[in-house]
Design a binder for this molecule. Structure first.
Ligand SMILES: NC(=O)C1=CN([C@@H]2O[C@H](COP(=O)(O)OP(=O)(O)OC[C@H]3O[C@@H](n4cnc5c(N)ncnc54)[C@H](OP(=O)(O)O)[C@@H]3O)[C@@H](O)[C@H]2O)[C@@H](O)CC1
Ligand SMILES: [K+]
Length: 475
């Protein structure tokens, strides 16, 4: 699934408008919206005829879409009330609703909101600035308190369309019906959670002229793209990972990174971290070797803490010409520039530090931040967190890993994820693919189990997930 910016949508719309009659795009949008709302009404109440629908109407075309859709529902017998909450409503849309038997009510004449079966949020669309005026926010809160499900038109009003930020009040929708293309806010938290179930209505926009802002992966694509070993693969074909992670202070990070590399399918793992981790690794992962030698991907930095020789270790690994993953404390030891074959795996705080900005700046616009990480370092960057984003040199498109359950945000998850990334990297995949495959595998495995599970146990579930995918793909 691909997502686009508001500016791109406006360009696509302008191109389409040259070949379709005036108003045609809005009619396509309204027809698709009405069909989704009708299905939703039947699912929730068993009927469209007689169902009560409240339409919140803003001043722009978003309100126009809502009104034209509401007119279609009114013609099918729904009892539709519209309330103009901001500016002047779309004139033709309002006329169509009134002609179809709908009503326009004052905001103070809405009565008990609990009697509405569903509300349509047509307040703001892609022309909206984040946040809602106080009285609109109040009405939205009352609908929420009355448990009235909201279908958002194009996007939940109040969210930032291009970043997914929710800096102030915003609608929380059960369903969002969007038109033409998916927008960034539908895919990135915190706006993603306010989008509910997303339905894309085709209005005939040709997206091939635009570079997508986001390329979002799903589980099937991950399974198809996984570097499955061939019949003649040996351990070098699958890839050897060299793990220099953990420290005497934080031996666990090295152990968990090793769990990730082993369960991510590495052909062999060399553990080059602290001595104190050896007994635990020997007991639980006896296939791991402790001798230095040929590796096809490095993993450095997780749990290093203070590491006096860190800069030299990173420089030597980068200088070897082999790709690698640089995680956590290792990020502070990176050289000025890195090749794109190296993957940095910061969380928001670490990326903020790398960029010399406040953490909130990364959280408010993660797309811009992850791209800035690439510009600053030359490397491929995986920004870890509630939404996991991968940016790389040479393209503005940011890849989005399959999202996982919130409980995976725990100490040690990042170490095992770094190990999973290194396993895919060692199998010969480019850094951006290693990042998105590994992050997605961890998320899918977590979603398949009632967590929370400790990170090293989740690493084992990742291997189970790979096994399940493998079996599904056998003839
Ligand atoms: N593009 C397409 O392909 C198609 C698009 N379609 C539909 O059009 C929608 C976009 O319509 P749109 O451009 O009229 O903008 P929309 O969001 O309705 O409202 C802008 C108005 O709101 C106001 N305003 C903004 N923020 C505010 C705030 N926080 N608080 C208060 N006021 C605020 C703003 O005021 P101003 O900025 O002038 O101050 C302006 O008056 C799109 O989402 C989709 O539903 C479909 O029909 C099919 C084809
Ligand atoms: K809306």
């Amino acid at each position: 699934m691909q997502a686009f910016t508001v500016e791109q949508v406006r360009r696509l719309e302008a191109v389409a408008m040259r070949v379709v009659p005036e108003g045609a795009l809005m009619q396509r949008a309204a027809a698709g919206l009405a069909a989704v709302v009708a299905t939703e009404l039947v699912r929730r109440t068993g009927r469209v005829y007689g169902a009560r629908v409240l339409v919140l109407v803003g001043p722009g075309n978003n309100g126009g879409d809502a009104l034209w859709a509401a007119a279609r529902l009114a013609r099918r017998g729904a009892r539709v009330s519209a309330v103009s909450v901001l500016g002047r409503p779309h004139a033709e849309g309002l006329a169509a609703l009134l002609a179809a038997g709908g009503r326009l009510l004052d905001a103070d004449a809405l009565g008990d909101l609990a009697r509405y079966d569903l509300a349509l949020d047509g307040v703001l669309g892609i022309g909206g600035r984040p946040g809602l005026p106080e009285d609109v926010a109040g009405l939205v809160a009352r609908l929420d308190a009355a448990h009235v499900p909201v279908v958002a038109v194009d996007l939940p009003s109040g969210v930032a369309a291009d970043t997914g930020a929710v800096p102030a009040e915003a609608v929380a929708a059960a369903v969002t019906v969007t038109f033409g293309v998916v927008k960034v806010c539908h895919l990135l938290e915190p706006a993603r959670s306010r989008t509910g179930r997303l339905v894309l209505v085709d209005i005939g926009l040709d997206t091939t002229t635009e570079t997508p802002e986001i390329d979002a992966w799903d589980a099937d694509r991950v399974a198809d793209a996984w570097p499955w070993p061939g019949a003649s693969s040996d351990k070098y074909g699958k890839g050897v990972v060299g793990v220099d992670a953990g420290s005497e202070t934080y031996p666990g990070a090295g152990i968990m990174a090793t769990y990730g590399a082993v369960h991510g399918g590495a052909g062999m793992v060399r553990f080059l971290g602290p001595q104190s981790a050896h007994p635990m690794i020997t007991t639980n992962l006896p296939d791991v070797v402790f001798a230095a030698g040929r590796v096809q991907a490095h993993l450095l930095g997780s749990g290093w803490g203070e590491r006096p020789d860190g800069t030299q270790v990173v420089a030597d690994a980068v200088g070897s010409g082999v790709p690698g993953v640089l995680d956590a404390d290792g990020l502070g030891h990176r050289p000025d520039t890195l090749p794109g074959s190296w993957l940095l795996t910061p969380h928001a705080g670490e990326l903020a530090k790398l960029l010399g900005v406040e953490r909130t700046q990364v959280e408010d616009d993660p797309l811009a931040a992850v791209r800035a990480g690439v510009d600053k370092t030359g490397a491929t960057v995986l920004l870890k967190g509630a939404t996991q984003l991968v940016a790389r040199p040479g393209t503005t498109t940011v890849e989005l890993a399959v999202p996982g359950p919130a409980w995976t945000g725990q100490a040690g998850s990042g170490d095992t994820l770094a190990g999973l990334c290194a396993a895919v990297l060692a199998a010969g995949r480019p850094a951006h693919e290693a990042a998105v495959l590994a992050a997605s595998l961890q998320a899918v495995a977590a979603a398949a189990h009632p967590g929370p599970l400790p990170p090293h146990v989740l690493a084992e579930r990742c291997a189970d997930q790979l096994g399940a995918w493998w079996r599904e793909r056998q003839p």
